[in-house]
Design a binder for this molecule. Structure first.
Ligand code: CP
Length: 322
């Protein structure tokens, strides 16, 4: 298929063919990461800014590395050390950075829709690296890549996502991506962690950890977001762990080949026990490795659309003699 999107803002509405195109491109970039020289000149001359208004370890470093592996020039922006602290608006911050001839913006922001907002004010391509509880498309794509690596075609595969669905951008993007690829998705957690009408996204809902994981091919464990728990969603972390924590005992009741995933960062001993996180069913560090290849693929595909736009623009200008 021909990739035509200039931005990647979420996986809602992104079709199976588009997702497969990203995963197939990522598989090629994944091979490059195993070479002694892990770098290609593909994006020489392209400048990308990583615009982070929230903390991040994996996503920010993975994007930076993906950009460097593609030979792009990279700039890192952290809101906490910027003129945002002096009251500069998001629009002004982004437009000032773009004025330095930036081609692509990778953005994490606590407000849902912030990257969508920027598409109306910038010419650069925008990649959503997590917008509040809304979407985290690149995390979901690296999750899909890792599942496909282990299980092959995801059509008909059973994936259970366990935890704080309500606050999880990872869960939302996973549901959109997994259902587009034909997987059967179950969301498991306390009812206080289930968004209203979440079933409308195409996932089944369960509050029974045993029933929802016994036949699962994949159990994707979400972080309990302590920073977003002011609403009294949980009586206590200990109660959550007793009812939903992924322990070795619970894993023993699952399929012997079950794949255990977590987007990170992990609250060890809360949603996931250390022996499971570091055990032989866990692919958590593979997810991180694959994240670089998946982000290389996304940057590459979006940059081609932008380059084509530029060629079209210059052809039009040449036609009118400018
Ligand atoms: N999975 C994830 O988004 O991790 P970071 O917050 O460390 O980027």
């Amino acid at each position: 298929m021909r990739w035509t999107r200039k931005h990647l803002l979420g996986l809602e509405g992104v079709g199976r063919d588009e997702i497969v195109a990203i995963l197939d491109a990522a598989a090629k970039f994944r091979e490059i990461l195993d070479r002694p020289v892990k770098k290609v000149p593909t994006l020489r001359g392209i400048t990308i800014v990583n615009l982070f208004f929230e903390p991040s370890t994996r996503t920010r470093m993975s994007f930076e590395l993906a950009e460097k592996r593609l030979s792009a020039d990279t700039l890192n922006f952290a809101a906490s050390t910027s003129s945002v602290k002096k009251g500069e608006t998001l629009r002004d911050t982004a437009r000032n950075i773009e004025a330095m001839m930036v081609d692509m913006v990778v953005m994490r922001h606590p407000s849902p829709g912030a990257p969508h907002f920027l598409t109306h004010h910038l010419d650069a391509s925008i990649i959503n690296a997590g917008d509040g509880p809304h979407e985290h498309p690149t995390q979901a794509l690296l999750d899909l890549f890792t599942m496909r690596e282990r299980l092959g075609d995801l059509d008909g595969k059973r994936v259970t996502i366990v935890g704080d669905i309500l606050h999880s951008r990872v869960a939302r993007s996973n549901v959109w991506g997994l259902t587009a690829l034909g997987a059967e998705v179950t969301l498991c957690g306390p009812t206080t962690f289930m968004p209203v009408e979440i079933e409308k996204m195409g996932a089944r809902v369960s509050t029974d950890i045993r029933e929802s994981t016994v036949d699962a091919d994949v159990v994707n464990v979400l972080r309990i977001q302590r920073e977003r728990q002011e609403g009294g969603f949980l009586p206590s972390l200990r109660e959550y762990t007793n009812l939903f924590g992924i322990t070795a005992e619970r894993v023993a009741g699952m399929r012997p080949d079950v794949v255990i995933m977590h987007p990170g960062p992990i609250n060890r001993g809360v949603e996931l026990m250390t022996d499971v996180a570091d055990g032989d069913r866990s692919v958590i560090l593979d997810q991180v490795t694959n994240g670089v290849a998946v982000r290389m693929a996304i940057i590459y595909l979006l940059s081609r659309v932008r380059a084509a736009e530029r060629i079209e623009e210059s052809e039009i200008l040449a036609e009118v003699g400018l």
